[in-house]
Write a protein that binds this ligand. Structure first.
Ligand SMILES: C[S@@+](CC[C@H](N)C(=O)[O-])C[C@H]1O[C@@H](n2cnc3c(N)ncnc32)[C@H](O)[C@@H]1O
Length: 362
């Protein structure tokens, strides 16, 4: 879901050129019809042109172009969105309200992934027991959300190693998430649980916060589940180096998408957004929730993110999802040994979501 061939990129760049030059709709359409047969995904030229027209605020033209590929889920959702909202703008900032994400966690896609993450953390814990010297074992969890996933894996590894108590260090930029995670973990974790909440983006923790985390060393492992894709590659590397100073083991769960290195308006970026968010939205459409909740989830979460990634210049994106191959290189550059990834959700036999362990020197 991430790769276009060089010739496809070349052809699609002709559409970009035309739209940058403000070419009238009918001529762009003709160009798309000429280019579509040359690419493996036979209607993608329409999707690409529609997204570029939307970014140039040619909303009527974008809608007509999305409609040309309305069989594609991403295009049909974007068509409805533009019809209703009237602009290619984000309706909210992601995670402002926890509800859209909470609805999404009911999807089979997320639940399959969550189960896979818990299973993989258990496998890790089997092979890497906690420091023997410690009666209070400490885990650093980056971006715990509402703490549901954390509570699940902690309960499993607590019984696996017969832990008597656990200390969780949460780092999250949102106070509400820290509060929800602490409450949820204290309620659901079956052993005494101490929580230290650090309110910050992980890439921006202050020297005082670093010192606070160091006070609770040794840290058994760092867990980052869907939380470290909010920074570009050049920030991911120093962030990982910092984490290596806290613990020699880092468990990453992420989506295998390509929204970090490709530049704004590039065929590669829009291909990854349209394909991956299309798959991501499919399960939300099938959820047994009210129409109102479905729209809340779609518009305030995946579509919000997709518009942000498409519209913003690279330095201003909120999301920088990174492919498995690129994560391997990043971890390697940060000085880790990289373990083979395990897919937690497959789409057409390829990892859509995955877990991967990075190991530093003891
Ligand atoms: C998609 S949720 C994942 C929640 C949970 N870990 C899970 O896998 O279900 C992302 C979490 O990361 C947090 N987050 C976003 N940007 C972050 C950053 N730069 N550093 C740390 N946490 C961040 C969000 O507030 C949210 O709690």
């Amino acid at each position: 879901m991430n790769n276009l061939k060089p010739n496809e990129v070349y052809q699609l760049n002709r559409i970009k050129e035309a739209i940058l030059n403000n070419t009238p709709f009918d001529d762009v359409l003709k160009l798309c019809e000429e280019i579509n047969p040359t690419i493996d995904d036979p209607e993608f030229a329409y999707t690409y042109a529609a997204c570029l027209l939307a970014t140039k605020d040619r909303i009527e033209d974008a809608m007509r172009m999305f409609f040309k590929n309305r069989e594609d889920l991403f295009c049909s959702i974007m068509y409805d969105y533009l019809k209703e909202i009237g602009a290619f703008e984000m309706v909210s900032k992601v995670f402002k309200s926890a509800k859209p994400y909470h609805i999404y966690t009911q999807t089979p896609l997320y639940q399959t992934h969550e189960k896979g993450v818990v299973e993989n953390i258990c496998n890790f814990a089997k092979n890497n027991p906690p420091p023997e010297s410690e009666s209070l074992v400490t885990i650093l969890d980056i971006g715990p959300g509402d703490g549901e996933l954390t509570a699940q894996y902690v309960n499993k590894i607590a019984s696996l190693h017969n832990l008597k108590s656990i200390r969780l260090v949460f780092v999250d930029p949102f106070e509400e998430e820290l509060k929800a995670a602490e409450e949820n973990c204290k309620e659901k974790i079956s052993i005494p649980c101490e929580v230290i909440g650090i309110c910050s983006k992980i890439q921006e923790i202050t020297p005082e916060q670093i010192a606070r985390i160091r006070q609770v060393a040794p840290i058994w492992f760092v867990n980052a589940a869907l939380s470290v894709h909010h920074m570009p590659r050049e920030v991911k590397i120093p962030m990982l180096k910092q984490m290596k100073a806290f613990s020699s083991k880092f468990i990453l769960s992420e989506v295998n998408w390509n929204h970090d290195l490709p530049e704004k308006d590039s065929p590669e970026l829009i291909y990854s957004v349209a394909k991956n968010y299309g798959i991501f939205c499919r399960d939300i459409l099938n959820l047994p929730v009210s129409e109102e909740d479905r729209k809340l989830c779609l518009y305030h979460f995946p579509i919000d993110e997709a518009i942000n990634i498409i519209k913003q210049e690279r330095p201003n994106r909120i999301d920088y999802h990174t492919t498995i191959e690129e994560w391997k290189k990043i971890a390697h550059e940060a000085g880790y040994l990289v373990h083979d990834p395990v897919a937690t959700y497959l789409y057409e036999d390829k990892p859509f979501l995955f877990v991967m362990g990075f190991y530093g020197n003891e």
